[in-house]
Design a binder for this molecule. Structure first.
Ligand SMILES: [Zn+2]
Ligand SMILES: [Zn+2]
Length: 292
């Protein structure tokens, strides 16, 4: 009697497990790298998304993609940083400092959900996030004419010590899907990071430029000599790191350097100034009018 019960229980569990497997196989579900929820593995076409025709084969679930603060025009012609005024085609930094890269482009603004995901990727061991962000970057690399014609992909290197601690270089994880989509090699030894240095995130603008200088050196330049290089990183804040690595790539013989990042930081001078003050003043004027 007792044996029969056990057999029935065994059969019940076997059926449950089988049904779970069958459902998973039949639905061809895909796990969102950002929130871990399952959703049908189909192209996500969102007509409301800002970049027309932007298509996400396997980047993430529609809910997460709706949270992503995409970069939309107008943005700086040179570094891809969003601008609020269209009077100038370049941001304050690109007008002020020499840039060794031809252009830089970013998927989104370093804010909200994107900021959270990048921090999880860098400090929370959530490596699968790189797959989602990498897909979005690959999509941008394949579509943006400013990035067309590149011949090799180079991730911004991290120091050997940081790589040992973290177990991976997040820029390299982002560079892999981009290179795969474009059918290009990933070259990791053209430029090397030689010193640990102070993390750029702890420094201000001028200090970042000074700090970036001397942190990197040319490694084995054979793979990039004479080629148009796509430099990949997670964030572009002041552009100091990308500029320094681009300078060394050119010194090592690269024909030109373009850059692609997951997120770009907005610059207050180009983002918050006049427009906000204007709106504020108009608001005050309106209140005064209404009070009369
Ligand atoms: Zn999700
Ligand atoms: Zn710029």
């Amino acid at each position: 009697m007792r044996g029969e019960g056990l057999v029935r229980l065994g059969r019940y569990w076997a059926r449950e497990v089988w049904e779970c497997f069958r459902d998973l196989l039949a639905a061809e579900q895909f796990r969102c790298p950002f929130c871990w929820s399952l959703f049908p593995d189909q192209p996500q076409v969102e007509p409301s998304l800002p970049r027309e025709g932007f298509w996400f084969p396997q980047a993430g679930c529609p809910g997460c993609l709706a949270l992503l603060p995409f970069v939309t025009p107008p943005f700086c012609d040179r570094c891809g940083r969003p601008l609020r005024q269209t009077a100038s085609r370049l941001c304050t930094d690109c007008r002020r400092y020499y840039r060794f890269f031809v252009v830089a482009r970013a998927v989104g603004v370093y804010d909200g959900a994107l900021r959270h995901w990048i921090q999880l990727l860098k400090y929370g061991d959530r490596v699968e996030i790189a797959a989602g962000l990498g897909e979005l970057m690959a999509e941008l690399a394949g579509r943006d004419p400013a990035l067309a014609g590149v011949q090799a992909v180079v991730p911004v290197p991290v120091s050997p010590q940081r790589q040992r601690e973290r177990g991976y270089n997040q820029a390299e994880l982002l560079a892999r899907p981009v290179a795969l989509r474009l059918g290009l090699p990933v070259i990791t030894d053209a430029v090397l990071r030689v010193h640990g240095g102070t993390p750029q995130s702890l420094l201000s603008g001028v200090a970042r430029r000074r700090n970036a200088f001397g942190l990197y050196e040319i490694g084995r330049p054979a793979g990039i000599a004479g080629r148009s290089v796509l430099l990949v990183d997670d964030i572009l804040t002041t552009g100091a790191t990308i500029n320094e690595v681009a300078r060394l790539l050119l010194k090592a013989g690269a024909a030109e350097v373009r850059a692609l990042v997951a997120a770009v930081g907005v610059q207050r001078a180009d983002w918050q100034e006049k427009d906000d003050r204007q709106g504020y003043l108009e608001g005050i004027q309106g209140m005064k009018r209404n009070c009369r």
